[in-house]
Design a protein around this ligand. Sequence first.
Ligand SMILES: Cc1ncc(COP(=O)(O)O)c(C=O)c1O
Length: 369
Amino acid sequence: MEVQFYGHVRQYLNHKDEFDKAIQDVLMGGVYTLGPNVSKFEEELQAYTGMKYAVTLNSGTDALWFALLGWGIGKGDEVITCSNSFFASAEAIWLTGATPVLCDCRPDTKNIDVSKLEALITKKTKAIIPVHLYGQPAEMPKVKEIADKYGLKVLEDCAQAFGAKGDTFKLGDLSDAVATSFITAKNLGCWGDGGAMFTNDENLAAYVKKIRNHGSTKRSHHSIGYNSRLDEIQAAVLRIKLKYIDQYNDLRIARAAEYTQQLQGTSLKLPVAVAGYRHIYHLYVIETPKRDDLQAFLKSKGVIALTNYPIAIHQQEGYPWGTDSDPKPCAANCEQNAAECLSLPINPEITSEEVKYVCDCIKEWEAKQ
Ligand SMILES: Cc1ncc(COP(=O)(O)O)c(C=O)c1O
């Protein structure tokens, strides 16, 4: 049996008529950027998230970057995020000219370890970016408490957790802004690149809306900005996928429960979900010191498993260390996670039979150890 990591083509085929019609309508409508689908999608995102403003963009990186710029964060400032995230969580900080300060993750949930946050705060700290990694919300009440104590902004990186929520909070409740990515691999993903920033702050929303289009809100009137527009075809695709997002997330949760049940008793460290949180399992990440061996064995059995992420951000060759006095990361758990993590195939379209096959392969591998 072959088990793919993603179910993009299956998802397209499951709603083929709907997708084909939406794309045809865009093509026949003749407006391909900043048209009716982008406006309607932004309204629908506002309704779904309960946030006052949703500004669509070309990527999740831009959503993070632009929110920081909107708060005037730049050279001489520090922003804290975690080192086991995708590189862009820190890259967006670098792009403003500020310095990323990398915090460790919890050894269980892999989200930012809030107990280590305060020690990293200095006079230069301006914001915290908690990442809802793998689909599980970070401990937002504690992040908010610390941010309020030091007067810091909070920007949630929700690129992996659209539709997730905590026990007492939804995403956006305990922060100043939320950034998300719609790149294809994400749980709410289009067929190319996309992203959005959500906020209840009218000024921030207006700023981001302006700089996404060359600093312009009125034709031929400009100030310095960027080109970061979501196109109409992607918006049309996302409007359809947004209708199904809760259903898609429920399917991920159901398949994750099957993995967890069938892998109990193996030597693998399984994902830990906080009680009461809606972890939407954008990724189902296990850990084993023999990660590379297991990944190769699964591949030989036709199963594609990936690594998210095999190199911690501060260990990347391209990590732009500045001076010797740059803040050094506290990230021992992130380094271990990078060495041992393995993402098993999960998506709304994967079948229970496929999950069972993956688990059987893992058990076969275990028997050989
Ligand atoms: C946690 C996280 N933050 C930010 C990003 C950046 O999003 P994009 O690739 O749309 O720029 C991604 C994914 O790519 C991500 O997983």
